[in-house]
Design a protein. Structure first.
Length: 324
């Protein structure tokens, strides 16, 4: 736990893949509280000065709020901290996409920040594949991270790009078969999504995955800078499980409840949330059947959310078009 508390809460988690790291870093730069509510497009670049073109402006320490990036296309590396902003302001997003593609950057990782709606959209394969994208809202927050806010982030991520395989989504099925590493895939997806969701927080938040503690190995730990500006504190823990159908679902849920209860008790945490991702044959968001036999003290200590993952949009519509 000493390693957890000593963590640099201002840094981006090192184990995020490059496209997720670029996304989270760009959102962190754009969502800074001192920014004007404007449109900004970030283009991944190893040579930002050259690729931004003549008349471009140097941008430094963007994640600290420096530099005017409003209505600009910004060329920057994966950490989105220093870069160069193109001279011409953004007038129309579709035209900007055309210009990016015409300039030979259409297959680059692109992040679009909508400051009015406080939403960020990532095109990991570039704007030449506009349907392959993910979107996360970035609300302005103050105070301590709460369990309701974590559940709001889970709902947002599920609704935008998890419930069906349309658009960019978690790779639930590979070649028509269930992804054998599904738990890890969901964890990576949640880590980047939740990290971006809390980028507008006045007190920095950082998400750690697979962290060894005295109570066991947690899935996702939510760290937050202390109110007096000291080192980070643990705001809560998010545990995730995959339900594959049958009697085993009750055992998997019970294990998650027991783990969550242990984390809360031994680490003295404000909350633990258990997120169940259902890929069984009778998909549902209702967790009552897997919780029926669980001890009351476990259910009182851990909030449980269940999210059905549909194989295709038609299955989702047939099941009632559930939205979290």
């Amino acid at each position: 736990m000493k390693l957890v508390i000593a963590n640099d809460v201002d840094s981006i988690p090192e184990d995020l893949p490059d496209d997720r790291r670029f996304f989270v870093s760009s959102v962190k730069a754009a969502a800074h509280a001192g920014r004007a509510a404007a449109l900004t497009v970030f283009v991944y670049s190893e040579m930002p000065r050259d690729e931004a073109g003549a008349g471009s402006s140097r941008m430094v320490h963007m994640q600290d709020g420096h530099g005017n990036i409003a209505s600009r296309v910004v060329f920057t590396g994966r950490d989105s901290n220093n870069g160069w902003a193109a001279q011409s302001p953004i007038v129309d997003l579709a035209t900007t996409f055309d210009e990016i593609e015409a300039g030979g950057f259409g297959d680059r990782c692109i992040v679009v920040w909508d400051g009015q709606g406080r939403r960020a959209t990532c095109y990991p394969a570039g704007v030449i594949q506009e349907n392959a994208s993910w979107t996360v809202s970035v609300p302005l927050f103050s105070g301590d991270v709460t369990q309701d806010e974590i559940c709001g982030a889970l709902n947002e991520i599920y609704n935008e790009h998890m419930k069906t395989p349309s658009s960019h989504t978690v790779k639930v099925w590979l070649g028509g078969k269930l992804n054998q590493g599904l738990e890890d895939e969901i964890e990576r997806h949640l880590k980047g999504g939740i990290q971006a969701y809390f980028s507008g927080r006045s007190r920095r938040v950082k998400i750690l995955a697979q962290t060894n503690t005295s109570a066991g190995r947690t899935d996702l730990v939510i760290l937050q800078r202390a109110s007096l500006g000291a080192g980070p504190t643990i705001a809560g823990v998010l545990e995730l499980k995959v339900l594959r159908g049958g009697k085993a679902d009750e055992e998997v849920t019970l294990e998650g409840l027991q783990q969550g209860h242990a984390y809360r008790a031994e680490l003295e945490l404000p909350f633990c949330t258990l997120a169940l991702y259902d890929v069984g044959t009778n998909l549902t968001h209702d967790a009552s059947n897997v919780l029926a036999a669980a001890p009351a003290h476990l259910k009182e200590a851990v909030r449980v959310r269940r999210f059905p993952l549909y194989r295709d949009p038609a299955s989702w519509r047939k099941a009632g078009s559930y939205t979290a």
